[in-house]
Design a protein around this ligand. Structure first.
Ligand SMILES: [Zn+2]
Length: 166
């Protein structure tokens, strides 16, 4: 940025430190032309807009915490979750937006979570998409089965999922 005193187009960083919350970097700069000193603050320009309207910096940790609940008892490791959170961050950063709805984070989680574990995916989707009835679950499971058919993946036999005879 230009020197705020003389508009010189360049400045020299004389000190650089991370703020206490770890979310931004403060740089002390000096203008090589007029010698004026000023401070710039650098933050990652990706904010999540929550349903309440509150904005907070995007956090992979929060993605992991949200998804981990859906993965309880499932064969999903911490490193799986770390990779998933990274994928989610890449997806939302690729939109180029500096603010993103919490809703869109949820959408970005669904795809990679489904790859990871379908049961965890259904749990997460049931909360996130506010499933209201068994029919909603059945529709999602039918979709999973249909997609298995398309990709040639193994389709669970009906006896594996229906414990009650009809
Ligand atoms: Zn200057």
């Amino acid at each position: 940025m230009h020197c705020p005193f003389c508009r010189h187009p360049d400045s020299r960083v004389i000190d650089s430190r991370t703020t206490d919350d770890g979310l931004s970097i403060r740089r002390r700069r000096q203008c090589p032309q007029c010698g004026g000193r000023f401070t710039t603050i650098e933050t990652a320009s990706l904010y999540v807009v929550k349903r309440s309207g509150v904005m907070e910096p995007f956090s992979r940790d929060k993605v992991v915490v949200g998804v981990r609940k859906a993965c309880q008892g499932r064969p999903v490791t911490d490193s799986d979750l770390a990779v998933l959170a990274q994928t989610v961050e890449e997806t939302v950063r690729q939109t180029g937006a500096s603010q993103i709805d919490a809703n869109e984070i949820g959408l970005a989680i669904l795809g990679p979570l489904r790859e990871l574990d379908e049961v965890a995916y259904l749990r997460f989707a049931s909360v996130y998409q506010a499933f209201e009835s068994l029919e909603d679950f059945e529709a999602s499971i039918a979709q999973l089965r249909a997609d298995h058919g398309r990709t040639g993946a193994r389709v669970p036999a009906s006896g594996e999922t229906d414990s009650q005879p009809r």
